[in-house]
Structures are given as structure tokens and as C-alpha cells.
Design a protein around this ligand. Structure first.
Ligand code: DGL
Length: 273
């Protein structure tokens, strides 16, 4: 049993879509969430910058005595997982490996679509992980950057006609390739799930947050590091952000599904220091 908190970081509020699943599967745990809202988006930055920011976020969480770090951001998981793992003294889980395993188990025709930011798709991290876990199976990966989805999700335009038209456009190559499984490889895309599903009706959509939460739960269980179950679980979450935009409460609620209290501000200087 281990009652230390679990640390979660993301480039901004999007990682709350991952925290949502963590809280669902492990309500007895305490969480420290860090959203780098002053420097979001990571998705169109260079790998060097994303690695540097991710290392700072992970170190901040370690200073909060966390027992496990979760990189909720797909972009950071794609380009900085190795670096964060080797710099951290606690186990680190990214969102890519768990979703890749779920997608491989799911696909029947061996054609997996991966939606993500330009940085995530450009890194080929999903393709490499799929090759590693495919066990000799031939799997074709169709990567599709969907940069317009992030602002649309934050605007709450989840089923707006404009979002539908953009989703149809983005899904065209995946429909053409007959992808039967599609990974929603960005923290924001699960919000647009229904609209994405309408644009590619026959595919099974994989939400990395859900599979990451299950993987972390299993890892903690197998190392006897889960917090003890309480009769009335009330999850304790502390939120840190590097900037508090005026829209924070509404946007955060969309991702998390419940109200977020006022977050604590941590300056970039503190994070970098
Ligand atoms: N959190 C990012 C991701 O999952 C999306 C937003 C950004 O570009 O920073 O890739």
C-alpha cells in the first residue's frame, strides 16, 4: 500500500481527459496535476523544446513526492518519454504504449489509424511502438495530423457543423485505407469522439486515457503501490497551472466532467529553476 500521490502532467488542460479516467478507475488515489497552460500547445513545437518542458514538468511533480508520473500529453509521450524516464526516480507511464496494445488487440484487418498533433504524427512514435508490439503481425499505420481539433474542442464545438466537415476531411485517408481501428492520439480528441465516429463509422476508436489508467492501475497493483480503498472514496486532486486563462473553469470542466477548483499558479521560472 502506498498513499503518496500520483503525478500527472500535460501541456495544458487537455490532460484532464486522462485524469478523468484515472479518477474513475482509482478514486481512492490522491493526484497532483500540472498543466503547462502558459506554454501550450506543445503539438507544434520542436522535439528539443518539448523534451525540455517535459523534464521540467516531471521534476516539479517529483518535488511533490509522487509515486508514479503519468505523461498525459500525447506529444510529450511521443517525443520525451525516454528522457523523462531516465531523469525520474519514480516509474513513468506515457499514453502511447497502453493505447498501442489496445489497438493491436482490437484490429482485425491490421490497419490502424493514428490521429494526433503534427509533432506526435511526425515523431512516428506510434508506428514504432506498434511495430515493437505487433509480434510479427503485419500492421499498416495511417497517421493523420488533426491540428484544427484542439481549438475546436476547447471552444466546445464538439458537434458543430464546421467540426463535422473538418472531421470528414481528416478521416478521408483513413476511410480510403479501410482503417478498422483509430487511436485518438491527442488529449483533446476524446471530446470529439462522437463526431469523429460519425466520420468513420465502421472503425473502433481507442481512447488513450482509458487504457493508460488501466495500465497504471495494474502496475500499481502488481507492485503493491495502490492506495487503500476507502468506504466513501473522495478523490483529492491538487491542480497546478503555469497560467490561468479566463476560460479555465469552463474548459477544464468539459475535459474532466466535473467542476475544477481554482488551480494553484506556478511560474515558468519556478518550473525551470
Ligand atoms: N496535449 C497535447 C497532446 O495530447 C495537445 C495540445 C498541445 O498541442 O499541446 O498532444
Amino acid at each position: 500500500m502506498n498513499t503518496q500521490p500520483i503525478g500527472v502532467f500535460d501541456s495544458g488542460v487537455g490532460g484532464l481527459s486522462v485524469l478523468r479516467h484515472l479518477v474513475h478507475f482509482m478514486p481512492q488515489e490522491e493526484y497532483v496535476y500540472l498543466g503547462d497552460t502558459a506554454r501550450v500547445p506543445y503539438g507544434n513545437k520542436s522535439p528539443e523544446t518539448v523534451v525540455q518542458y517535459s523534464l521540467q514538468c516531471a521534476r516539479f511533480l517529483e518535488l511533490h513526492n509522487v509515486k508514479h508520473i503519468i505523461i498525459a500529453c500525447n506529444t510529450a509521450s511521443a517525443v520525451a518519454l525516454r528522457e523523462v524516464r531516465s531523469a525520474s526516480s519514480v516509474p513513468v507511464t506515457g499514453v502511447i504504449e497502453p493505447s498501442v496494445q489496445a489497438a493491436i488487440a482490437q484490429t482485425r484487418n491490421g490497419r490502424i489509424g493514428v490521429l494526433g498533433t503534427r509533432a506526435t504524427v511526425g515523431s512516428n512514435a506510434y508506428t514504432k511502438h506498434i511495430e515493437q508490439h505487433a509480434d510479427g503481425r503485419r500492421i499498416e499505420v495511417i497517421g493523420q495530423p488533426c491540428p484544427l481539433f484542439v481549438p475546436l474542442a476547447e471552444e466546445g464545438w464538439v458537434a458543430h457543423p464546421a467540426t463535422r466537415a473538418i472531421a470528414e476531411e481528416y478521416m478521408k485517408p483513413l476511410v480510403m485505407a479501410d482503417a478498422d481501428t483509430v487511436i485518438l492520439g491527442c488529449t483533446h480528441y476524446p471530446l470529439l469522439r462522437a463526431t469523429i465516429q460519425d466520420a468513420i463509422p465502421t472503425a473502433t476508436l481507442i481512447d488513450p486515457g482509458e487504457h493508460t489508467a488501466l495500465t497504471v492501475q495494474e502496475t500499481l497493483r502488481s507492485t503493491d503501490a495502490l492506495a487503500p480503498l476507502r468506504e466513501i472514496p473522495s478523490t483529492r486532486i491538487t491542480y497546478y497551472v503555469t497560467d490561468i486563462p479566463a476560460t479555465f473553469p469552463q474548459v477544464a470542466k468539459q475535459f474532466l466532467g466535473f467542476d475544477v477548483p481554482q488551480p494553484r499558479l506556478v511560474s515558468i521560472e519556478q518550473l525551470a529553476g
